[in-house]
Design a protein around this ligand. Sequence first.
Ligand code: DQA
Length: 153
Amino acid sequence: MASQTILVLNGPNLNLLGTREPEIYGTETLEDIERAAAEHAKRHGLAVDFRQSNSESELIGWVQTSDGQAAGLIVNAGAYTHTSVALLDALRATRAPIVEVHLSNIFQRETFRHHSYISEVAKGVISGFGGHGYILALDALAGLIQESGATAP
Ligand code: DQA
């Protein structure tokens, strides 16, 4: 992974986007979101390493190996957002800036979705803008990386 790569982590059930509860998550597939994110990242001189897993353990492994490699992280941990202290701990151990993304507005939904373990280690949270949230997150990270003085490739 090049130093100017953004690791984009997608948690459980996000592989089902397109058919999963379209009234909540829209009809865009995860592949559509990946394509748009990869295209948009190029405008900032960044690349995306876009991943999805239904396994908490796999997501944690990816966070651990990204440290010192990824210039930033975009994290949509799906339901693990609301449950995973282990993912929080892994993210806490990384140094790159983190932006938390949710397709839906989690604060308009069931109360169990209102708490996020990820938010306390995220620079910011983008929730409710569908797949466009990943684009907004890339813009935010590009600004943070620039501010931190990292050099573009
Ligand atoms: C989600 C919101 C979570 O509450 C839910 O469990 C998901 C998707 C979102 O992108 O809106 O799987 O993270």
